[in-house]
Design a protein around this ligand. Sequence first.
Ligand code: GDP
Ligand code: MN
Length: 357
Amino acid sequence: MELCEYRGKSILREHGIPVPEGRVVESAGEAKEAAAELGGEVVLKAQVPAGGRGKAGGVKFAASPEEAAEAAEALLGMSIRGYRVERLLVEQKLEIQKELYACVTVDREAGMPLVMLSSEGGVEIEQVPEHLIARTHVEPLLGLQPYMARELGAEAGLRGSELRQVAEVLHRMYEVFRSRDALLVEVNPLALTPGGAFAADAKLTIDDDAWFRQGMEHQEERQRYVELSGSIGCIVNGAGLAMATMDTLKRLGGEPANFLDIGGGAGAEAMRSAVARVVSNPQVKVLLVNILGGITRCDEIARGIVEAVRELSLPVVVRLMGTNEEEGRKILRSAGIEVERDMLAAAKLAVELSKSI
Ligand code: GDP
Ligand code: MN
């Protein structure tokens, strides 16, 4: 599960990593108040569990509380990578002199944690030439030793107090990684400012299998959403069915716009929010729902679909079979929605519709 920036930052702060002072807000009025409390210039950042917000217009600056309210107005309700923006983090703006990239992750091939640092921060790490990224594997029984963190800093071109500060941050990031059962702790940018090194952003992914001992809430983040480039929006339950649906659509000459895996046992409300999320992608021309009821009940799914499509103008193709199928069909039919039982037939219909619109 990927955490939103504000949750990630509160964990970093608990572990002694410097984070800019900030507040989480849900309205323009609250943003204005927060900006007044924080004083000076602020940054407003969309809180969605996805990266690339800067490029998507999800990060704005404001020089006064009034400007902060305006920026919040523009950000709240926008859609970023399929997530509707409902919360913002308002923070004191940092005076950034240099942006570094720092992360701790799992190197599955080596079977060890991997720590990376680069002086080419701010951009996506995939775009940074490999030789500009300092990296070191960590023997899990020994942990990240202070000298290793300093070596990484030196390799990234840092000296003096900057080197010491960054080494300290890396050390603490590794502590977060280990103690929070993280798969990824990424700080990009790790900002060098006149007041020292600050985590200007935070991306934490917690191992799903460790939720129970981390006391994490499941929330809606249980849903897995993947964005693609076509025009058919897909809602499925289960990773295997997701892959099979993508393959079938492709084979029939269709192009999925995205897919959302609602997981097992989703109820009507989860289904309703799934539809809203999938169709928030403007590329979606047709919605395909492909559900195989096991612990998921078809009647619940049907109720969620009926709720959601009231406000939709797109064609919807539903394939539904399994637990409580008959009842699910009845609910959909009485709302004027036809149901397919066969996945191939449903996929064909969705592909035809996507091409005729
Ligand atoms: P991301 O695009 O989702 O990774 O969002 P970030 O939190 O990394 O913000 C995007 C960019 O905004 C960063 O790379 C910075 O260049 C800039 N930025 C974010 N916070 C601040 C800040 O406090 N001060 C300044 N000057 N720039 C910031
Ligand atoms: Mn970032």
